[in-house]
Design a protein around this ligand. Structure first.
Ligand code: PML
Length: 236
């Protein structure tokens, strides 16, 4: 059902950095009357980020038109708890291959995922796993179940929300993520309609964490960026 609970939907975005390096970002869509509460929540969260405290923080609010909002059902979910990082990474590559991604692309995507960090968005790779040179950060998204009172990051709900929006974008084959929180070891791969939670994708304290999006050959990267940045999505 394409309905959402907002009379005056407003996107609230937070970005925080230190010495020019991105450390925290978050997205909410709330009713206009809840913008002060959402802004305070996101400011608290940036200040408490494990990679913080930031020396620069931006919070922006942007009014949305109710009729522009798309309501999407959340992806199906599966959990994979593995005994080691090596097993978890192997499982992630296996899931990609079972969704039709080539072995070479799966290996390249996994290598990129496990070696970079500090990117303010997702790195977009083509279906052979080659870097397209595009980094895109999905904005304007939220889940109907998100809290307006708890500043603690809900890694799972936020990641599921973002993955649901990314999976609905034109040309997307898969999305992979390792959290940049040094003590959050669970990550995911979203493909073929399912959000696979996989753990542990890194060792405690390991300074890696990023997102990768794999796209079909010929995907219009401008249109992909526009959808992910500008089209508001509520997940339920
Ligand atoms: C992040 O910290 O931004 C990514 C969190 C990944 C969540 C994986 C999960 O718990 O399902």
């Amino acid at each position: 059902m394409n309905t959402h609970p907002f009379r005056a939907p407003t996107s609230v975005t937070m970005r925080a950095s230190r010495e020019g390096r991105h450390i925290s970002g978050a997205e909410r869509i709330v009713d206009a009357r809840d913008v002060p509460a959402a802004s305070a929540l996101l400011a608290t969260r940036a200040a408490r980020h494990p990679l913080g405290p930031p020396d620069e923080m931006h919070i922006a609010a942007h009014a949305l038109r109710p009729e522009d909002i798309r309501v999407l059902p959340e992806l199906k979910q599966e959990s994979h708890e593995l005994p080691s990082v090596a097993d978890a990474r192997h499982t992630l590559a296996r899931i990609l291959r079972s969704a039709g991604i080539s072995e070479r692309a799966a290996d390249r995507a996994l290598h990129t995922l496990c070696t970079i960090t500090g990117v303010p968005g997702a790195q977009v790779l083509d279906e052979d796993g080659r870097d397209t040179g595009v980094v895109v950060r999905a904005r304007r998204l939220d889940h109907v179940g998100s809290s307006l009172s708890d500043p603690q990051k809900n890694h799972f709900l936020e990641a599921l929300t973002l993955a649901t929006k990314v999976a609905s974008a034109p040309g997307v084959l898969a999305e992979l993520c390792i959290s940049d929180d040094p003590s959050y070891l669970r990550g995911y791969v979203a493909c073929a309609g399912t959000y696979h939670r996989v753990s542990p994708l890194k060792e405690e304290g390991e300074p890696v964490g990023t997102r990768i999006i794999l796209v079909r050959r010929g995907t219009d990267l401008e249109a992909l960026g526009h959808y992910l940045r500008d089209i508001p999505v509520i997940v339920r």
